[in-house]
Write a protein that binds this ligand. Structure first.
Ligand code: SF4
Length: 331
């Protein structure tokens, strides 16, 4: 791994980028970040738009915001030096017990067991544990077991080994039990519970949302808006967005009301539906519709942003793909 032996900052970057992200997808992002911000202070001093733009396409954007905030805390409160105790690492924004244990053990050789999805699966199966891994009781039980198994002399190696074993051998589907060194003692294998362990009690309920975006552009300008509220894509930019509560097209009256809330007056144009997309987030299902209208001349100077400037912002991947497609079809 390119971050091995590169210090706590590199380990931390890789940990945050690889949360909920496959290695192959996360690696280019890690390389981009470490090249753009070689030190934690470089990251702390970067404008947030730049951080969000580099993160574009990786999803779970709160990770990028937290990364930036934590870098600023390290700069301001730890003299720009990555903290070297578990408690101090855990105090940073966006770092939970899992990441703190990973950074503490990989970067500083501290004896803290990492319990990620791979570790839950390996321990749950070998020990035949039926306590739900998404319950408070289960989290405590698995952490306590991992702590007792940890080799205090080589905590980083131990953590890496068990995580890799889960990722490559004791995989969620079709684990390689026949060739597994634990198959004489693995409770799940011996009692035919490999497919049911580890156990989870909660099913995630997906909220369906209906989002309508309007592409208002001239040759040189476009309207994009920063997402400021506590909602998906916070800190990123999108086309102006209207949300409806059910699955219907946005009508002229819907847009009229929307324009009013934006304080935009003088729009008399026609709106045309030009595209539809769906996107699945961890807790939400998005149905997205795209409309187009010519931007009134009066809007250009008042609300429009020069297209070159808008191109330097970070966008959610569906919006970025839509804008790219539009650009391609226009050129
Ligand atoms: S025997 Fe199968 S389920 Fe048990 S640890 Fe090995 S790979 Fe995993």
């Amino acid at each position: 791994m390119p971050w091995h032996g590169q210090g706590a900052y590199a380990v931390w970057l890789s940990e945050i980028i690889l949360q909920q992200t496959r290695f192959e997808q996360g690696l280019p992002y890690y390389l981009k970040f470490i090249e753009s911000f070689p030190s934690v202070n470089d990251l702390a001093n970067a404008p947030s738009e730049r951080v969000m733009q580099l993160w574009q396409g990786l999803g779970y954007y709160s990770r990028a915001r937290n990364l930036h905030k934590a870098a600023q805390t390290i700069r301001d409160e730890f003299g720009g030096v990555f903290p070297n105790t578990y408690e101090a690492i855990l105090s940073l924004t966006g770092i939970g017990p899992y990441s703190a244990a990973a950074i503490a053990s990989f970067a500083f050789g501290l004896p803290h067991a990492v319990v990620d999805g791979n570790v839950y699966r390996v321990l749950g199966r070998i020990y035949g544990i039926e306590t739900a891994i998404d319950s408070t009781k289960g989290k405590k039980e698995f952490q306590a077991l991992a702590d007792t198994l940890l080799d205090p002399k080589l905590p980083g190696d131990f953590n890496q080994a068990i995580m890799n074993f889960g990722a490559t051998h004791c995989t969620p589907q079709q684990p390689k039990c026949e060739t597994c060194p634990f198959n004489k003692e693995c409770s799940a294998y011996l009692t035919e519970r490999v497919q049911t362990l580890p156990y989870k009690e909660k099913k995630i309920k997906l909220k369906q949302r209906f989002l309508h975006f309007i592409l208002l552009e001239s040759d040189s300008h476009i309207i994009v808006q920063e997402r400021r509220g506590k909602d998906i894509w916070q800190g990123l930019y999108t086309l102006p967005m209207l949300e409806l509560s059910d699955d219907r097209l946005a009508l002229d009256n819907d847009w009229k009301g929307f324009f009013k809330t934006q304080g935009w007056t003088g729009f008399r144009g026609e709106l045309a539906l030009i595209g539809e997309e769906s996107q699945l987030l961890s807790h939400q299902k998005l149905k997205m519709r795209f409309y187009r209208a010519a931007m009134p001349d009066t809007f250009v100077g008042q609300y429009g942003i020069a297209k070159e400037q808008a191109a330097s912002y970070g966008y959610p991947k569906t919006i970025a793909a839509f804008l790219q497609k539009k650009k391609g079809s226009a050129s």
